[in-house]
Design a protein around this ligand. Structure first.
Ligand code: DC
Length: 225
């Protein structure tokens, strides 16, 4: 039996996780948030007080890394590090920067490649990340490049933080988004770019519902559901 895969790539804050998760729910597919896996590796590096930008410090930590994924009954992906549920801890600001740094290390990417491919071999998946359509699943049934203008992504992030009652500053967020785009787009290995054959979905002018509808229709153009 062959499983279907949908690859969704795009920059930080484009709404990938929200939209990919919703799409997976609609289709009854497994949702795989690959950024969360990189974040978990980054958290381990921070736990060990190692420098996330230094391969000599990061690579030895991969051996024996106790990283597991699990799913709640409602399909929410959870990450475990050394048996501890770190799903909330990996969302911290410090971990975002460290994840971007560890993800530029070739050995880290190679280490996570098998894990990601195995999930797609054994399940129908909606997988989101930066290199899913280009590297991890180049033969995915559907490839989407999901993006939005940096200013729109910063406004959404600001709103999200305000709703959570966290202090936030628009200029700082915008600066951070641009910096992460730069890091993710310019790294030599698996840089963020639109895969061959990927449909472009720009959500700058779309609200959540419109984005979901558009995404579902792009998927339906490619696969019979
Ligand atoms: O999507 P996110 O913000 O949770 O991802 C965290 C970091 O991980 C991001 O800076 C880039 C990296 N990443 C990657 O290099 N490849 C992926 N497939 C997913 C994430």
């Amino acid at each position: 039996m062959s499983f279907k895969s949908i690859a969704i790539d795009g920059p930080a804050g484009a709404g990938k996780s929200t939209l990919a998760k919703k799409l997976a729910e609609q289709l009854g597919f497994l949702y795989v948030d690959t950024g969360a896996i990189y974040r978990t590796v980054a958290l381990k590096v921070l736990w060990e007080k190692a420098d996330p930008s230094d391969p000599a410090q990061v690579v030895p930590l991969l051996e024996g890394l106790e990283l597991h994924m699990g799913y709640d009954s409602d399909g929410v992906q959870r990450m475990y590090l050394e048996g501890e549920d770190v799903s909330a801890a990996i969302r911290r600001h410090k971990v975002s920067g460290a994840a971007s740094q560890v993800s530029a290390i070739p050995e880290v990417r190679a280490f996570l490649l098998d894990l990601q491919r195995k999930l797609a071999r054994e399940n129908d998946v909606v997988m989101d990340g930066r290199d899913i359509g280009t590297v991890v699943l180049p033969d995915a049934d559907v490839k989407i490049f999901l993006t939005a203008a940096p200013e729109a992504r910063a406004r959404r992030r600001l709103l999200e933080l305000e709703q959570r009652g966290e202090a936030a500053n628009y200029d700082a967020i915008l600066h951070d988004i641009r910096e992460r785009d730069r890091q993710d787009e310019t790294r030599p290995i698996a840089p963020l770019r639109r895969a061959d054959g990927a449909a472009l979905l720009d959500t700058t002018q779309l609200n959540l519902e419109q984005s979901c509808d558009r995404l579902l229709s792009l998927v339906k153009e490619k696969i019979a559901l």
